[in-house]
Design a protein around this ligand. Structure first.
Ligand code: FES
Length: 116
């Protein structure tokens, strides 16, 4: 299954995903620069994405915790979700998300690890 990710710079990536993976993990593990500071604990909002409108109805609705975290994010609209709270399933094969600019890390994870 795949997730399509539009980056703030206009680049688009089609990433292979596995059932049960969080979309944040898919993006991070493929080496794209996502902040995701809390590591998926629904405690930071730096994994904010806009979900393609045609996919919104297929997502599990956000929890109260997720909505609370999104309150602190920028440019939030009805397509906004924290992508660490979206778990891949067969129904979501082909999901399209756009990474919000404030979720963009300065450098991909590999470079951060190597450069210290
Ligand atoms: S990674 Fe922190 S809320 Fe998603």
């Amino acid at each position: 299954m795949f997730v399509t990710v539009h980056m703030p710079d206009g680049a688009t990536h089609r990433l292979e995903a596995l059932e049960g993976w969080r979309v944040m993990e898919v993006i991070r593990d493929w080496g794209l620069p996502i902040k995701a500071e809390c590591g998926g604990a629904c405690a930071c909002a730096t994994c904010h994405v806009w979900v393609g409108e045609e996919w919104l109805a297929k997502l599990v609705p956000p929890t109260a915790e997720e909505l609370e975290m999104l309150d602190g994010a920028f440019q939030v609209d009805e397509r906004s979700r924290l992508c660490c709270q979206i778990i891949m399933s067969k129904e979501l094969d082909g999901l399209v998300v756009e990474l919000a600019p404030e979720s963009l890390a300065d450098a991909p994870p590999e470079r951060l690890a190597v450069g210290g």
